[in-house]
Write a protein that binds this ligand. Sequence first.
Ligand code: ZN
Ligand code: ZN
Length: 362
Amino acid sequence: MSARVGRLRQLLGTLGADAFLVASAHNLRYLTGFSGSNGLALIDESRIVLVTDARYRIQAGLETEAAGSRVELHITNDPGAVLSTAGRGLARIAFEAEHVTVARREVFAEGIAGELVPTVDVVERLRQDKDPHEIELLSTAAGIADDAFTAIWDLLGEKLPNGLTERRVAAELDHMMRLGGADAPSFDTIVASGPNGAKPHARPGDRVIQKGDLVVLDFGARVDGYGSDMTRTVSAGACPSDRQLELYDAVLTAQRAGVATVADGVPELAVDRACRNLLTDRGLGEAFSHGTGHGIGLQIHESPILSTRSVGILRSGLVITVEPGIYLPDIGGIRVEDSVVVSSSGCTPITHSPKGLVPAFS
Ligand code: ZN
Ligand code: ZN
C-alpha cells in the first residue's frame, strides 16, 4: 500500500496540489486497505488522514493495519471538521471530481481553507497497473469461475433437463462460485438464452432454455475485492446448427485475433480493430455493437476501455478483457470473453474454460 501512496504522492507536483483528497470507496481501498462504504482520506507528503464513521471503527483499524498502511484514523460524523484541521497550511488540495457531489464539495469548501482542485482518473490510472498480489487474486477469482463453468456445462449440455430456466442456471453458477471460495459474484451473472441473447446485458429470467438455444453465460467471482470476468456461449443440449457454428466461428476467430494482438506497447485501438475488422469482413460489423474490452480489478469495468475511441497504449501488468460479440434478433447472442494479463511478449490468459458451442473438457 505504501508503494501505491508513494506513486500518488509523486503526482502531486504535476497536479499542482499539496494534498489529494480521496472520496471514491474503491480508490480508498486501493490506497489504504480500508473497504468500508463511507470514508475519506486526505493524503499529503507525510500523512494519510483517514476519516470514517463509528460503524467502521474496528474494521478500519484492522484493515489498514493488515495492509501495512500508517494512517491517522478519525472516527466522526463530521468529516468537515477533521478536514479543516488536517487541511490547515495546505494551499491547494486535489479532489476526485467524479466522486464528489456538488453538495459535498460545498461542505469541503466550508471546512478547508485551501483551494480545491478538481481532478479525474488520477487513482484510477494508478489502478490500471496490477501488482503480483492483485494478479494472484484475479487469477484465483477466474479459477473459481472456471470451475463453476465446468459444473454448469454438465447441466446445460447433453443432459439438459426439462424446465431449466435462465434464473436457475444463474443461481447455480452463483452457488458454485460461492462454494468454490468466492466472496460473491463479481457482478450480476448474465444467462441469456435464445432470443434474449440478442441483448448484450440481458437479465436472467424465467425463460425455459430450449434444446438448440444459444446460451450466453457472462459471469465472474470476487475474491478479496478483486473480480474476474469471462463469457462463454454454448449450445443448450449440445446440438448446434450449421448456421450457429458458422457464426460462432466468426466470433471466436475475432476473439483469438484480439487476444493475439495484446502486448506491451500496442495501442488499445489495435485490439479493438483486430476483432472488429474480422467481424466486418464477414458482414457482422453492425452486429458487434459494443466495445472490445476493459480493465478488471476492484471494479468490474475499469480503465482502460478498449473501443473504437481508445487512445491509450497497453502496458505490461494491465489485466484486460477481450470480448467481441454479435447480437442478431433471429439467432440470439454469441460472445466470447477472456481476461488476460498484458506482458512484453503478448499476454497470459487467466480464464481457462474451454471454448466452443460444445466445449470439450479434457
Ligand atoms: Zn463479462
Ligand atoms: Zn467484460
